[in-house]
Design a protein around this ligand. Structure first.
Ligand code: 5RP
Length: 222
């Protein structure tokens, strides 16, 4: 937890007065939102957009001013976590189920800052099951298509119920083992009707900050 907090708090140094800030989702982004909330109380003037209902609620509790997407052309900085970061800074995201809004926000962002603890840094993506957001209509067929690709999809559950995203969709967690060509896989998956998007974030991260168990924190270089 401490290494996630270290990375999160370092990332918040990028947030300056007047910025529009994207708020990520998950236990690492939580620390960043807390820190932003503290700075807002101390006088920092920003407006934010959240990547999930959960982060939106937290931002409201902390008094961080929020903007609807309709009023935004561009986001200056987004701070978000990741499940895996490879050596080229391609990412797997969506462990917390917010991949679709996270990607929409990331794509509208000038500087996407990814915050992780060192356990998330990998040579090649794929050990973490790749979350794929799918439309409930015909999801059985979509899952069969993923099976045919060898993706070993598992429909995400919340207890006994099917997990439902903030967008009313399902998630298939795909056990791919090792993803040699993430950009190709990304394109291939998103061509399947029924798939809304997948958790591969290709070439989107501008900055990666990692916290380490020894208490250090580093802004990585490619
Ligand atoms: C949520 C995400 C999270 O950023 C990712 O799952 C990492 O979560 P955590 O910071 O809790 O380890 O993509 O959809």
């Amino acid at each position: 937890m401490e290494s996630k907090k270290l990375a999160a708090e370092k990332a918040v140094e990028f947030v300056k007065d007047g910025m529009i800030v994207g708020l990520g989702t998950g236990s690492t982004a939580y620390f960043a939102i807390q820190k932003i909330g503290q700075k807002v109380k101390e006088g920092l003037s920003i407006r934010a957009i959240a990547t999930s209902n959960q982060s939106e609620e937290l931002a409201k509790e902390l008094g961080i001013p929020l903007l609807p997407f309709a009023e935004i052309d561009e986001i200056d900085v987004t701070i978000d976590g990741a499940d895996e970061v490879d050596v080229n800074w391609n990412l797997i995201k969506g462990g917390g189920g917010a991949l679709l809004r996270e990607k929409i926000v990331a794509a509208a962002t000038k500087q996407l800052i990814i915050i992780v603890d060192e356990s998330k840094l990998v040579k090649e993506l794929g050990k973490f099951p790749l979350p794929v957001e799918i439309i409930p209509f015909g999801y059985e067929m979509t899952i069969r298509k993923l099976q045919k690709l060898g993706a070993e999809p598992v429909l995400r559950k919340a207890g006994d119920e099917v997990y439902v995203t903030d967008n009313g969709n399902y998630i298939a967690d795909c056990h791919l083992g090792s993803i040699a060509q993430p950009d190709e896989l990304h394109r291939m998956l998103n061509l399947i009707p029924g798939i809304v998007d997948n958790g591969l974030f290709i070439d989107m991260a501008a900055v990666v900050i990692a916290g380490y168990v020894d208490g250090s924190v580093r802004q990585l270089e490619k």
